[in-house]
Design a protein around this ligand. Structure first.
Ligand code: KG4
Ligand code: ZN
Length: 334
């Protein structure tokens, strides 16, 4: 008999539902919230309200698409954290209500572990142990992955996430939110060594990205005072130089960790893994050092419920369920 699990993701600004059957992801329905664009960032209150509106239609669409009914399900999974508390509350409450109504077991999933387990949705899958760089708008983590739920964060950002650094720099350049993909696009036509921005040195495997934002702010202020057309004239070169600096900071730590821990399989996860500069740099590095490099499909890099479903499948096999008293955790650790 098939084991069918419905998974729900609502940690930030994507409402998503996915179905997994016997470990195979069947679909991944995502309702993106456009309401935040005009504010230049995610507004938590609006995100919670949009989850309320989108969640039932999203779940309905996932079931309908596969011709499944609620009574065909064997468990309900949800993102417990980390994330925006109001957004998480909507998903957790819905999952509990559905599990209660159908008398099904509940499975809680850590969103950051799920980003890593997205690597198991499709071939090629990494083998344990491997190193994973998780880079998103909210997180920058270097993780030693020894098993599905045996993961250790060996380094992380002490201030801004790298996606935030991309987005904040883009804002300084007058680009709309989220600016990360736009920096990537403009960078393609620029010289990465046109301008030098400082590389922040951090101990161990930690990162710091707030310095570059400040450096870019002062750099642009000075240049624009001298020539008000500077940004529009030099946009590609500025983007390429900023991207080069951010990627170089990530790369140094990945290289150091892979060498010191003796890991030859390197994976990336999270929205920033879409960045072409990061991909190219890692591909080059992998070639040079004989690493196997794993990059999930873009759909599984950004926030999605398929990765929650994948994590839930492994938890189901272990009989790892939670009670109805479960509550979300905005700062959930591994
Ligand atoms: O994982 P994600 O979809 O959401 C969370 O933050 O959890 O990541 C979104 C982040 C944003 O900061 C966005 O600007 C960045 O990923 N991003 C990129 C690219 N595509 C998305 N940053 C740089 N280059 C890209 N191509
Ligand atoms: Zn995420």
């Amino acid at each position: 008999m098939a084991i069918n699990i419905l998974a729900i993701e609502s940690s930030c600004d994507e409402t998503s539902a996915a179905l997994i059957s016997n470990g195979k992801v069947l679909n991944n329905i995502i309702a993106t919230q456009s309401v935040h664009e005009k504010y230049g960032g995610v507004v938590p209150e609006l995100a919670s309200r949009a989850h309320q509106q989108h969640l039932i239609p999203t779940v309905h669409a996932a079931l309908e698409e596969q011709g499944l009914r609620p009574k065909d399900l064997n468990a309900i999974a949800f993102t417990k954290g980390p994330g925006l508390l109001g957004s998480l509350l909507v998903g957790v409450s819905f999952a509990k209500a559905m599990a209660y109504a159908l008398d099904l077991p509940l499975i809680e999933v850590n969103h950051m572990q799920a980003h890593i387990l997205a690597h198991f949705i499709e071939e090629p899958r990494p083998a344990f142990p491997f190193l994973c760089l998780t880079v998103s708008g909210g997180h920058t983590q270097l993780v030693h992955v020894r098993g599905y739920f045996d993961m250790e964060i060996i380094g992380q950002t002490q201030d801004d996430a790298v996606g935030e650094a991309f987005d904040k720099t883009a804002k300084l350049l007058g680009l709309p939110y989220p600016g990360g993909p736009l920096i990537d696009r403009h960078a393609a036509a620029g010289n990465p060594h046109a301008y030098a921005f400082p590389i922040t040195e951090m101990p161990g495997y930690d990162f710091s990205f707030s310095g570059i934002k400040t450096a870019v702010l002062y750099f642009l202020r000075d240049q624009m005072q001298a020539d008000a057309t500077f940004i529009s004239r030099e946009l590609a070169n500025i983007c390429a130089s900023v991207q080069y600096t951010l990627v170089e900071m990530l790369l140094r730590k990945v290289r150091k960790a892979a060498r010191e821990l003796g890991l030859r399989q390197v994976a990336i996860a999270g929205g920033v893994s879409a960045n072409s500069g990061l991909r190219a740099a890692l591909e080059q590095e992998a070639e040079k050092r004989g690493w196997s490099l794993f990059i999930p499909k873009f759909e599984y890099c950004t926030d999605n419920a398929a990765m929650i479903a994948m994590a839930a499948h492994y938890k189901y096999l272990e009989g790892d369920f939670v009670g109805m008293d479960v509550v979300p955790e905005a700062r959930m650790k591994f």
